[in-house]
Design a protein around this ligand. Structure first.
Ligand SMILES: Nc1ncnc2c1ncn2[C@@H]1O[C@H](COP(=O)(O)OP(=O)(O)OP(=O)(O)O)[C@@H](O)[C@H]1O
Length: 281
């Protein structure tokens, strides 16, 4: 059938579905409100860094998106559907915990778990495709060499690279990363953060990346969500990482300076040791 000239104009443009959508999101534990009235759309392929001091509710936000923690008020959607526990549309890199030396599961099996809940049919073709994807994910994080060793015998950084591979292997719509660079050396911090950003651009995954240190990911970050004591700001790094905005958020004088392409933040307890490190370097 041939379309009438001009009929394509009659088709309503499809609005792009946000990878993550929060509307009026509020989270309280008892009388303590971590954040309230949070509106956030993370676009497909967008990389959002989530910053803030200890206890400001960064991990709790990820738990809400994972469907593990109900909101006190507001709504949360993942790729157009309400957040729910066990969704295969989310890849999650949890905050690092070193595994016991007795854990005998192999790295490749851990990465394979990231494909559970994905269906491409049964039989040999399915098994081959599964093996191919796991091998590719292991290669991407440079873990092929130790993929058959028991997890408990690997170093913290080696275990962490396998967790990254597990989160990426299923090409989810949303990547939730909770301080994924901890325990990685500088070279792997760079490689892993680039890998996450590249996959986001290629597959259209939205990324929420919780971190205490923005510098390793600064060139990759589209927007920052900065949480402090129930208050928050959302914007580009240039909008949020300024002396004026952070002083307002922390309600004290905070200085932000750019030194050789790095952001140096002074005046908050959590950042002062970075200033010292920068001065010593
Ligand atoms: N289930 C819960 N019940 C009551 N309080 C909780 C619960 N979960 C977390 N909290 C509290 O909420 C606050 C925020 O915790 P959360 O782990 O989200 O902070 P965070 O910003 O990720 O901190 P950090 O940088 O230390 O990892 C903490 O004070 C924590 O004790």
């Amino acid at each position: 059938m041939t379309a009438e000239p001009g009929t394509e104009l009659a088709v309503a443009p499809t609005a792009v579905t946000a990878a993550v959508r929060l509307r009026g999101a509020t989270l309280s534990y008892g009388t303590r409100t971590l954040w309230s009235g949070l509106d956030l759309d993370v676009a497909p392929g967008e990389f959002v860094a989530v910053l803030g001091p200890n206890g400001s509710g960064k991990t709790s936000l990820l738990r809400v998106l994972l469907g593990l923690q109900p909101l006190t008020a507001g709504t949360v959607e993942i790729a157009g559907a309400p957040a729910r526990r066990g969704s295969s549309r989310i890849g999650y890199i949890p905050q690092q915990r070193a595994l016991e030396a007795t854990v005998m599961v192999r790295g490749s099996d851990l990465v394979g778990l990231g494909l559970d809940g994905h269906h491409w049919g049964m039989g040999l073709r399915h098994r081959r495709e599964r093996r191919r994807r796991v091998a590719e994910a292991l290669r991407a994080v440079e873990a092929t060499e130790y993929a058959t060793m028991p997890l408990g015998l690997l170093s913290g950084g080696e275990q962490q690279r396998l967790r990254v591979a597990q989160a990426l292997v299923g090409e989810p719509a949303v990547l939730l990363c909770d301080e994924p660079l901890l325990s990685l050396d500088i070279a792997h911090q760079r490689k892993i953060s680039r890998l996450i950003a590249e996959q986001a651009r290629r597959t259209g995954a939205g990324v929420l990346f919780v971190t205490h240190e923005i510098n390793p990911v600064l060139p990759l970050v589209d927007r920052v969500l900065y949480l402090v004591d129930g208050r928050f700001r959302i914007g580009t790094p240039d909008e949020v990482m300024t002396s004026a905005t952070l002083s307002e958020l922390y309600r004290t004088d905070v200085e932000v300076a750019r030194v050789g392409g790095r952001l140096v933040v002074a005046g908050t307890d959590e950042h002062d040791h970075h200033v010292q490190e920068a001065e010593e370097a």
